[in-house]
Design a protein around this ligand. Structure first.
Ligand SMILES: Nc1ncnc2c1ncn2[C@@H]1O[C@H](COP(=O)(O)OP(=O)(O)OP(=O)(O)O)[C@@H](O)[C@H]1O
Ligand SMILES: O=C(O)C1=C[C@@H](O)[C@@H](O)[C@H](O)C1
Ligand SMILES: [Mg+2]
Length: 196
């Protein structure tokens, strides 16, 4: 059984995970742009570390009963960002999870503060050309349903790359396309940090 302790801060929890045999912050938080692999990498990571996997986008869809595009359609991006912020505050207080965040979760300062406290933050750095390839056939990402998805991804990258870096404990370049290698690098960084 994991041993869990908390300090006075709302989001900050610590636990000892027998799978890792180290004392560490409770969660691994994956941040990065669309197509970075937060969902794909997060699922594998959770499996290997025997942690629960939670995907913020999927959780919002589960609770509302509609997909993200529908939320954008009826409530606008602002409505979605409100739901996302509430989800960050809630999930940031969990312990023992791998959290895949939405690509835009770092836009709000309040979210960044919460994610930073929630655990070991990993930025899955992914160049725009790779994001474009990975999301090319996708119709589920409302921000990419535009005439020029490349331009949109480039603009988002310029705005958000500094924000991802601001809160990252580790930056992993995913352009090598090796899912297993990415997972291995994260576990290595996580163990190194929690052993300190
Ligand atoms: N390291 C990788 N190597 C090869 N393909 C990858 C890698 N990471 C993700 N992919 C592929 O890219 C696509 C997008 O990945 P994924 O949905 O996990 O991204 P995401 O970061 O969760 O995006 P979003 O922010 O839109 O939820 C998937 O088809 C996935 O299989
Ligand atoms: O980059 C973004 O702003 C988004 C990324 C996705 O994860 C979803 O949260 C949504 O499509 C918006
Ligand atoms: Mg995802």
């Amino acid at each position: 059984m994991p041993v869990i302790g908390t300090d006075a801060l709302h989001c900050r929890l610590f636990m000892i995970n027998p799978a890792l045999n180290v004392s560490k912050q409770a969660n691994i938080v994956l941040i990065g742009p669309m197509g970075a692999g937060k969902t794909t990498v997060g699922r594998q990571l959770a499996q290997q570390l025997r942690l629960s996997f939670v995907d913020s986008d999927q959780e919002i869809e589960k609770r509302t009963g509609v997909d993200i595009s529908t939320i954008f359609e009826f409530e606008g991006e602002d409505g979605f960002r409100q739901r996302e912020a509430a989800m960050m505050a809630e999930l940031g207080a969990h312990e023992g999870i791998v959290l895949a965040t939405g690509g835009g979760s770092v836009i709000r300062a309040e979210n960044r503060a919460c994610l930073q406290q929630a655990g070991f933050v990993v930025y899955l750095y992914t160049p725009v050309s790779v994001q474009l390839r990975r999301t090319a056939r996708d119709r589920k990402r409302p921000l990419l349903q535009t005439e020029n998805p490349k331009e949109r991804l480039q603009a988002l990258f310029s705005e958000r790359d500094p924000l991802y870096r601001e809160i990252a404990d580790l930056v992993v370049d995913t352009s090598g396309e090796h899912l297993r290698g990415t997972v291995r690098q994260i576990i290595k960084g996580f163990k190194a940090q929690t052993a300190m």
